[in-house]
Design a protein. Structure first.
Length: 128
């Protein structure tokens, strides 16, 4: 699945028109009147989905400043998952933040430099 397909699926499930962000330096991928949305297409399914703290913080701050909610939308071979991160934060959800050694970039053919990233996890059971 590609990002535009995932955006279309999320738009239908949310009953709104998500607009793709045109700025390549923007921290989120889509938005509408109510949401700031980060989209991820993953090739492997895990019972908990990884979220990078840097994106989490930037997108949550953007949502707060604009009076919107932050949604994290993921596709895996098992389906599509929409997480309302703003509500998870309000409910004191435990993201299990940790530092983890990971490639600096994904989906590139050249070998990637390994770096430490702060990451958390969201259980697919809290998706809607």
């Amino acid at each position: 699945m590609i990002e535009s397909e995932l955006r279309d699926i999320a738009s239908k499930r949310l009953d709104t028109d998500l607009i793709a962000t045109k700025d390549v330096y923007c921290t989120f991928d889509a938005h509408c009147d109510d949401y700031v949305v980060e989209l991820k297409c993953r090739r492997t399914h895990y019972p908990t989905q990884l979220i990078e703290y840097k994106k989490f913080k930037a997108n949550n701050d953007q949502a707060d400043e604009s009076g919107k909610e932050f949604l994290y939308v993921i596709s895996t071979p098992s389906g599509e998952y929409i997480f309302n991160v703003s509500k998870l934060i309000a409910d004191d959800y435990d993201f299990g933040w940790e530092d983890r050694r990971m490639p600096s970039k994904t989906d590139f053919n050249s070998p990637s430099l390994m770096v430490n990233k702060k990451v958390g996890y969201i259980d697919v059971g809290v998706a809607y």
